[in-house]
Design a protein around this ligand. Structure first.
Ligand SMILES: [Ca+2]
Ligand SMILES: [Ca+2]
Length: 466
């Protein structure tokens, strides 16, 4: 329970309740970003990618892959492998990558943990095929990776030369990280068919770099440089620059080489120090490179999702590198009132930022959301003229009164479910008309969300009873 956040449930509710009353904005030097809640009620969204089909693809840790239309908020489920996935606490369905030439090779790569035997968990990299509506036909690409209740890595990233990079965790056994014969505690470089690239740094080995504890952020930055984030123990989360074949020090070295033991080890083993370390740990996670002119203040910078640990607040850190990109010049913090932030993706058209929240507590709790911040003045996302929508009003709504549920003609009618923020089902039923009044008698004061589902997908909205 290392990363337990000391925010009480009631304080979170009041934060969320405040959010509901006004549209939030963030003002940078000259750019104003406006908040939009895209989806609510997800179950630990872990990886979120902007796909070539202009949809957001996301994994939920329990073993579900969904596809989200960012214009309308409609979510469809495209894979459910909960029966294959073991997902207590940290493990589960984690990383995802889409094949770079998706039009000709509609392959989706996933990493998940599974029950190998009664007493052991394994982790594997698999490939599914997208047929335009579902993922199917699992093919194992790489198996034999140890998994555990903690430290399962698994961020995936394609290289420009069409290799697949995958981070692996030390599963709580730091000695694995220095053992080149084991796949744990490493950054692996893999041919998409699962074979070992013949130009890897160690002969006949998937290992690209080693000495990692649990890296869950991986991104190309400026000049094609490769960066990773890495969870430390109690101290020394790391932002690393990845250099082929290098040793990143764990478990002897945490963060910089700055104790006598560390200095000796670093000199003897040519250890690559991090660019930056975070002490005490803040639980650094997804890393993306913001390379869009829509937010000039952030153009050319790294954005890092921070789950938050100990007393440190969750946030997105905006990291400015030095001119040679080899050091961190400064860091600023944003979005620090959403609970744990797991993952980020960027809309390549309008420069919007989307992030996935994982609730206030370790390992996760609801209501997990996808939040968008759109640079003001860009027009790709608007409620006017949307084909699909769900509107809920008034919001907040008076206790023991009625709430209006309005669905677009295009989306049509469906089945509704109302959950509280612990994801407990409070009521459900059919919506028979485009405009429906629901009686809220029996709902206590507090935060809820409604999901409406039909054959075309699911829409969601939060609301508050006061
Ligand atoms: Ca290190
Ligand atoms: Ca150190």
């Amino acid at each position: 329970m290392k990363y337990l956040l000391r925010i009480t449930f009631s304080s979170l509710l009041s934060i969320l309740a405040l959010n509901a009353f006004s549209q939030k904005t963030i003002t940078l030097d000259s750019t104003v970003l406006e908040e939009k809640e895209i989806a609510v009620g997800l179950q630990v969204p872990w990886e979120m990618l902007w796909g070539p089909d202009d949809h957001i693809w996301l994994t939920e840790r329990r073993g579900v892959v969904r596809r989200l239309n960012p214009e309308t908020g409609v979510i469809t489920e495209i894979l459910d492998i909960q029966s294959l996935v073991e997902s207590e606490a940290e493990p589960g369905l984690l990383g995802m990558a889409l094949a770079p030439d998706f039009a000709n090779d509609p392959s989706v790569y996933l990493v998940y943990t599974y029950l190998e035997s009664t007493f052991s968990l394994g982790e594997k990299l698999v490939k599914y095929t997208w047929d335009g509506s579902q993922l199917s036909n699992e093919v194992t690409i790489l198996d034999g990776i140890s998994a555990a209740g903690i430290h399962n890595g698994s961020r995936l990233l394609f290289t420009p030369d069409n290799k697949l990079l995958m981070t692996t965790g030390d599963v709580g056994s730091g000695n694995l990280s220095q053992n080149l014969d084991r796949l744990n505690g490493k950054l692996l470089r893999i041919n998409p068919d699962g074979s070992i690239p013949d130009d890897n740094p160690f002969e006949n080995s998937y290992v690209y770099t080693f000495g990692h504890r649990n890296s869950q952020g991986l991104a190309y930055g400026p000049d094609g440089l490769l960066f990773s984030s890495e969870h430390g123990a109690q101290s020394s989360d790391e932002l690393n620059l990845i250099e082929e074949g290098r040793n990143y020090g764990w478990p002897t070295v945490q963060g910089m080489c700055n104790t006598n033991v560390e200095i000796n080890f670093c000199e003897a083993n040519n250890v690559r120090e991090p660019l930056s370390e975070y002490t005490p740990c803040v639980a650094v996670n997804d890393l993306v490179y913001y390379n869009h002119s829509a937010i000039p203040e952030w153009e050319g910078k790294l954005l890092m999702a921070v789950l938050g640990g100990f007393v440190q607040r969750p946030r997105i850190s905006v990291i400015t590198l030095t001119e040679d990109n080899m050091n961190v010049e400064s860091q600023a913090e944003y979005f620090d009132d959403y609970g744990r932030i797991r993952d980020i993706c960027i809309n390549p058209h309008d420069g919007s930022i989307y992030f996935a929240t994982n609730g206030p507590d370790y390992p996760s709790s609801g209501p997990n959301k996808i939040i968008q911040y759109i640079p003001r003045g860009t027009s790709s996302t608007t409620d006017i003229g949307q084909l699909d929508y769900l509107k809920v009003y008034p919001n907040p709504v008076q206790h023991s009164s009625q709430i209006s549920i309005e669905l677009s003609e295009q989306f049509g009618k469906g089945r509704y479910q109302i959950f509280n923020f612990k994801a407990e089902l409070m009521s459900e039923g059919l919506i028979e008309n485009i405009l429906t009044e629901l009686n809220l008698e029996g709902l206590n004061k507090g935060g809820y969300y409604i999901q409406v589902s039909n054959a075309s997908g699911m829409l969601s909205k939060p609301f508050f009873v006061h």
